[in-house]
Design a protein around this ligand. Structure first.
Ligand code: ZN
Ligand code: FE
Length: 251
């Protein structure tokens, strides 16, 4: 298994280093200082950077951290990202040294972001698409596109997969989930766990797919108990998802 190091950046972003053999992969480049400090501390030499999407808070430190690493990013956002050496499309599978990677395009937050799954390491990087207990805002997609992307992740990622997302938004997401589904015991319990972690200055990332399937309302838009709790029994999952996302936008 790879060594994985979570790197808090800016006010609430995460970058991640994945190290195995001679390969060191950085996922996203929000801020040079903490990333270069982590590289110095570990002694790892960056070999590859994987970019999830074009937003500045995920790419702006690229030039200051990349060194001689090759940079891979989403084909459908390539025109908006400076410094890509290679692009990947949905369904691409490739190897970074001993690390196997699958690219899953998950539009909704932006038009063509890529979530990266490393099946041999049991980890996935879902950036601003699937958050712990939440999902990204719909800047370049509709509720239907985001719901389809979340369903793809739900189907593709095994329960035990560690989910690394792009921001520490979990406490707000948990409070919203609890407000939307006050009778849900698993959500109420996770809210407590998350609040304790944050009060202690601990990250809530990564979670696992099993935990997200159980407690992330945005992955449960087709769960009849969620529709019922929102007063939408029998409604189409896209309508349920739309209401959940709209509520979070103003929470
Ligand atoms: Zn973003
Ligand atoms: Fe972001």
């Amino acid at each position: 298994m790879a060594d994985v190091r979570l790197i808090p950046c800016l006010s609430d972003n995460y970058a991640v280093l994945v190290h195995k053999g001679d390969e060191t992969v950085l996922v996203d480049a929000p801020e040079a200082g903490p990333i270069n400090a982590a590289l110095a501390e570990t002694g790892w030499t960056l070999t590859t950077v994987l970019i999830t999407h074009h937003h500045a808070d995920h790419v702006q430190a690229l030039a200051d951290v990349r060194g001689s690493a090759r940079v891979i990013g989403p084909a459908n956002e390539a025109g908006k990202i400076n410094g890509l050496d290679e692009t990947v499309k949905d369904g691409a599978t490739f190897s970074l040294g001993p690390i196997a990677v699958q690219a899953i395009e998950t539009p909704g937050h932006t038009a063509g972001p890529i979530s990266y799954y490393m099946p041999g390491e049991g980890i996935a990087f879902t950036a601003d698409t699937l958050f712990a207990m939440g999902c990204g805002r719909l800047f370049e997609g509709t509720p239907a596109t985001m719901w389809a992307s979340l369903q793809r992740l739900r189907a593709a990622l095994p329960d035990e997969t560690a989910i690394y997302c792009g921001h520490e938004y979990t406490e707000t997401n948990a409070r919203y989930a609890h407000q939307a589904l006050p009778g849900d015991v698993a959500i109420a319990e996770r809210l407590k766990t998350v609040q304790e972690a944050r009060a202690g200055g601990e990250p809530t990332v990564p979670s696992t797919m099993a935990v997200e399937k159980a407690t992330n309302p945005f992955l449960r838009a087709d769960d009849p108990t969620v529709a019922e709790a929102l007063g939408m029994a029998g409604a189409d999952p896209v309508e349920v998802f739309t209401k959940l996302r709209a509520g979070r936008d103003v929470f």
